[in-house]
Design a protein around this ligand. Structure first.
Ligand SMILES: NC(=O)c1ccc[n+]([C@@H]2O[C@H](COP(=O)([O-])OP(=O)(O)OC[C@H]3O[C@@H](n4cnc5c(N)ncnc54)[C@H](O)[C@@H]3O)[C@@H](O)[C@H]2O)c1
Length: 346
């Protein structure tokens, strides 16, 4: 069922439509000339729904989110005579919407733009919040702007062509959202996650809407990440370290990161073992990894570099209960001994 989420920020108003169909795109374009920036897989699977013949292809993969690729797209827009009367439509997962949003925000000092978000991670996270960035020589999202898309269309039917691996990655972010601030969603997932993994439409509709609404609420409260938006980094400081050191896929790293953050929360007496077990069980049921043998010392060193160190402490996002997260400065020596004592390192 189609539902609308309104996201109001200083950068503008954005409407997120979940449960919408890609075939209704023309009504959002409102007769404007459109340049489409689309992921190659989306061109292949959904090209027939494109509301314009001006299509710029983005190859799949994180490498496409590079400043050089943005330059190439500016040139293609110039060649197609795209001027200030045009609208830019980004169609794809987070790589394409980040890139398209960045190009649209900078070309001719900014054109109006919208997204069709086609991956689960995109629908519940990446396409929402107005962060549009590109990478530069190994530094992720180092160049970017905060600017809201006019609309984000989430059609759950597009998730059917997503690879099982990419689909599962999206579930890591859904579980994260539920664990840090949406207890009801967490309870719902505990009841229905298998159905969602089998692409049950009612469950997908619910989890995409609830997760997108939750992210929109956080962004509205804290557009520039000075407070509550930081909670979205639950599991991510560990994850960035694991991704850097071991090239783990992002979703797997986030899942393992959340398990570690739960462990630290229990270790510090903030979270009950029972609640930590609930998070781990749900991640396992989603088919995500929950443990990994890593070098504790290297991981802490990598985490210290992740701009989260304050004196002899690292700021982590921890849990006090299901649906309740907090920012907590954890002493580095305590973190070291916790990681060294993990069963996989004994
Ligand atoms: N802007 C933000 O706030 C924000 C937040 C989180 C993540 N991100 C960014 O999002 C990116 C990851 O997004 P992602 O996981 O969507 O990756 P992605 O865009 O690379 O998509 C994953 C894969 O799925 C394919 N795909 C996408 N939709 C499909 C569909 N419907 N059918 C078939 N194949 C499809 C793509 O071709 C790609 O191979 C990262 O670059 C990350 O930095 C941004």
């Amino acid at each position: 069922m189609m539902k609308t989420i309104q996201l109001k920020t200083s950068a503008g108003i954005s409407h997120i439509y979940t449960g919408e169909s890609i075939s209704n795109l023309p009504q959002y374009i409102k007769g404007r000339k459109v340049a489409i920036i689309a992921d190659e897989n989306i061109i292949k699977f959904y090209g027939e729904y494109f509301p314009s013949k001006t299509v710029i292809k983005v190859l799949q993969g994180e490498d496409s989110k590079h400043i050089d690729n943005a330059s190439r797209i500016y040139e293609e827009l110039l060649t197609a005579n795209v001027d200030r009367t045009w609208f830019i439509l980004g169609m794809g997962g987070g790589v394409t919407t980040d890139l398209a949003g960045f190009v649209a925000s900078t070309y001719l000092r900014g054109l109006p733009f919208g997204f069709v978000s086609t991956s689960l991670l995109g629908q519940v996270d990446a396409s929402i919040g107005g962060k549009n960035g590109v990478n530069l020589e190994g530094y992720k999202n180092i160049i970017g702007v905060i600017r809201q898309p006019e609309f984000v269309i989430c059609d759950i039917n597009t998730l059917k062509t997503l690879s099982p691996r990419e689909f599962v990655m999206g579930w890591a972010e859904i579980i994260k959202c539920a664990a840090i601030m949406e207890k009801d969603l967490f309870d719902y997932l505990e009841r229905f996650i298998e159905k969602g993994l089998e692409l049950n439409e009612e469950v997908l509709d619910t989890v995409v809407y609830e997760s997108a609404k939750s992210k929109a609420k956080v962004v509205e409260e804290d557009e520039f990440e000075s407070g509550i938006r930081k909670l979205l980094n639950f599991g991510h400081t560990f994850a960035h370290g694991l991704e850097k050191l071991y090239k783990l896929p992002h979703g797997e790293a986030v899942s393992i990161g959340m398990v570690l953050a739960c462990g630290v929360s229990v270790n510090l007496g903030l979270l009950s073992q029972q609640d930590a077990d609930r998070v781990v069980t749900l991640l396992k049921r989603a088919g995500l990894a929950v443990s990994f043998k890593f070098d504790p010392l290297q991981l802490v060193l990598a985490m210290e570099k992740d701009k989260k160190r304050v004196g002899d402490k690292i700021q982590l996002i921890l849990l006090e209960g299901i649906g309740k997260a907090l920012i907590y400065p954890v002493p580095i020596n305590q973190l070291n001994s916790f990681l060294n004592d993990l069963p996989q390192h004994r």
